[in-house]
Write a protein that binds this ligand. Structure first.
Ligand SMILES: Cc1cc2nc3c(=O)[nH]c(=O)nc-3n(C[C@H](O)[C@H](O)[C@H](O)COP(=O)(O)OP(=O)(O)OC[C@H]3O[C@@H](n4cnc5c(N)ncnc54)[C@H](O)[C@@H]3O)c2cc1C
Length: 385
């Protein structure tokens, strides 16, 4: 009997997992061990293209991203291009919007995240969600139509900072404003914050700190203090949300809808399900929504699925963060070094010299897709139980 492995979601975690599994299975066949069951890997993804989410702010700013057909990176993996609509954990099958029912023996859940609304009314209708491919593309079209005008970027986290600097640099004709609940980048070391302020000044980014957004209307942001501010475009970078599929299926999830997994990345409620990337939360503390976590998680989930098939002991997933590398337009960047638990230390690299480092990090995430073994160098540190 062939063991059917279905990887659900072809982002950073899913592609790495599928590729690594295919490589592992090829190794097993090469061993020609007669007692080993055959296995096959299928990846289900909504698109036949890989979306480089970490560059969506560049896409919105009018840059053209590399076209990456998933088939080019998925050697040894069957690709099903369809949107999953349900998971049946009883019969072990994934249902899709085009009527397919895809059976699995092991499911690797890597549906990632999408731009959230943070519960603010009007965001879905009147703001461009930068964390989604469609949202970034729609913002790009809106900006292309604008000659002068005001643009708001809501959210002072990494995505908001990367977006506001990218837009301000590429569109000096626009008034670009960052609206943030606290202070922009307030978790960063003082040197990094000081550098951010200098970059905002240089690019003419206005910063509205402590600006809680109560509602978004057509071309208008209503602030918690009752002020209404008009903008020609509102980019939303505050909050991510998860696909409801895991919770709807009955998998154990955390408060955000991320699949709860043990240290081997296996669902705590359903042993035939593994999860990785943004869509997964480790029982003893969720990882930051990032490629830095998604890539090694996808890799380790694949290793543990293969280990289980071969009767080997799985390894515990441990992530050792190294830092937060933030683009500030195409001519500036920031590298905040962190402790292994992701808390910032005083050491910061900043300025033009960091741009090639950021670009190398981003490129290496795509290189890792077709060479999963590279992920070992990206910070994972698996250990035996
Ligand atoms: C603008 C921006 C900049 C960022 N910069 C950085 C950075 O510098 N460094 C960093 O580490 N992280 C960064 N991130 C975060 C990073 O992009 C995410 O953490 C990462 O994409 C998570 O990878 P993933 O594989 O878990 O999910 P995703 O990349 O979200 O992939 C999920 C996949 O599942 C597919 N999918 C979803 N639902 C369905 C369905 N129902 N059926 C079929 N397919 C489905 C999606 O189409 C997608 O292909 C950034 C994010 C944004 C938006």
């Amino acid at each position: 009997m062939t063991h059917r492995i279905v990887v659900l979601g072809g982002g950073y975690a899913g592609v790495i997992a599928a590729r690594r599994l295919a490589d592992r299975l090829a190794d097993r066949l090469a061993d020609r061990l007669p007692d080993r069951a055959k296995a096959a890997v299928t990846l289900v993804n909504a698109s036949d293209r890989f979306v480089e989410r970490v560059r969506l702010h560049q896409l919105a700013a009018g840059q053209n991203l590399r076209d990456i057909p998933l088939r080019d990176v998925l050697k040894g993996v069957r690709l099903v291009v369809a949107r999953a609509t349900a998971i049946d954990l009883e019969t072990r099958a994934v249902r899709t919007d085009d009527g397919q029912e895809i059976p699995y023996d092991t499911l690797v859940y890597t549906l990632g995240s999408r731009g959230g609304t943070a519960g603010v009314p009007g965001v879905a209708e009147h703001a461009f969600r930068i964390a989604d491919h469609d949202g970034a593309r729609a913002l790009r079209r809106r900006l292309a139509d604008l000659r002068q005008g005001a643009v708001a970027v809501v959210g002072g986290g990494l995505t908001g900072i990367e977006t506001v600097t990218e837009l301000a640099e590429s569109r000096p004709d626009l008034d670009v404003e960052l609206i943030t609940e606290g202070a922009a980048g307030d978790w960063l070391a003082p040197r990094a914050r000081a550098h951010l302020r200098r970059v905002f000044d240089r690019l003419g980014v206005r910063v509205r700190e402590n600006g809680e957004v109560a509602k978004v209307a057509d071309g208008e942001v209503l602030l918690g203090d009752g002020q209404a501010v008009r903008y020609d475009a509102i980019a939303w970078a505050a909050g991510f949300e998860m696909s409801p599929l895991a919770a709807e299926a009955g998998l154990a999830v955390d408060a955000d809808g991320r699949v709860l997994v043990d240290a081997t990345l296996r669902s705590v409620s359903h042993p035939d399900v593994y999860a990785a990337g943004d869509a997964a939360a480790l029982e003893d503390g969720a990882t930051r929504l990032s490629c830095q976590a998604a890539i090694p998680m996808g890799f380790q989930a694949a290793e543990n699925v293969a280990a289980r098939l071969d009767g080997r002991a799985p390894r515990r997933f441990r992530l050792r963060y190294v830092g937060q590398c933030v683009s500030l337009g195409r001519r500036d960047a920031l590298f905040q070094l962190t402790r292994t638990d992701d808390t910032p230390i005083r050491a910061v690299l900043a300025g033009r010299a960091v741009v090639p480092l950021k670009e190398t990090v981003v490129r290496s995430t795509v290189m890792a897709l077709s060479r999963p073994a590279l992920t070992k160098a990206i910070g994972t540190n698996a250990s035996r139980r």
